[in-house]
Design a binder for this molecule. Structure first.
Ligand code: AR6
Length: 182
């Protein structure tokens, strides 16, 4: 199931799928600041890409930058994935909403789009960053994410941005917010 909207010279799509199966130029990982791997979509991406290769690439990055600040993004190869690249970003942990969570979540999307643009990538697929272990309320996260993706498409940073939702319930929330915003 996929629904899509024409924005600028590109498209924004929302689909019910497994992010690790996407054939976009890049998929985005909802990582942690240590790039240490973990559960959720991070664990699924490590498994599908090849745990050892991806861990090695992440360790090399961390040995240079120490930690990846919340809202920033870095890139590695996709290894065994269909996507050629993985963009790793860190969403905020939800602490009630008055600890700069909205701006940090927006930055995670915006910096991922900018990194895709600067690497000449045309298509990118995102999970619902922060909406699992990090506890961000789904509807609020959807509103922020869709706004950031819309701006990135209007600015021509990528040609295709796909939001990939794992569950039917989350898909419904994102489609409802998209109807209101797009
Ligand atoms: N495809 C698409 N979406 C998925 C998939 C998948 N294969 N698997 C899970 N999701 P989470 P966070 C959804 O917890 O909240 C990790 O341990 C999931 O249903 O993966 O940003 C990291 O290492 C949820 O809606 O990411 C960090 O420590 C969304 O992806 C921490 O969790 C994000 O859930 C990051 O937490």
């Amino acid at each position: 199931m996929e629904q899509s909207w024409a924005i600028g010279n590109g498209n924004l799509a929302i689909r019910h799928d497994d992010l690790t199966a996407m054939r976009t130029d890049a998929i985005v990982n909802a990582a942690n600041s240590e790039l240490a791997g973990g559960g959720g979509v991070d664990g699924a991406i490590h498994c599908a890409a090849g745990v050892e290769q991806l861990q090695h690439a992440c360790r090399e990055i961390i040995s240079d930058i120490d930690t990846l600040p919340v809202g920033k993004a870095v890139i590695t190869p996709g290894f065994n994935l269909r996507a050629r690249h993985i963009i790793h970003t860190v969403g905020p942990i939800w602490r009630g909403g008055s600890n700069n969570e909205p701006a940090l979540l927006k930055n995670a999307y915006a910096n991922s789009l900018e990194l895709a643009r600067s690497h000449g990538l045309e298509s990118i697929a995102f999970p619902a960053i922060s909406c699992g272990v990090y506890g961000y309320p789904m509807a609020e996260a959807a509103r922020i994410a869709l706004g950031a993706l819309k701006r990135g498409l209007e600015a021509g940073q990528v040609r295709l941005a796909v939001m990939v939702l794992r569950t039917r319930e989350s898909l419904d929330v994102w489609l409802r917010e998209a109807d209101a915003i797009l």
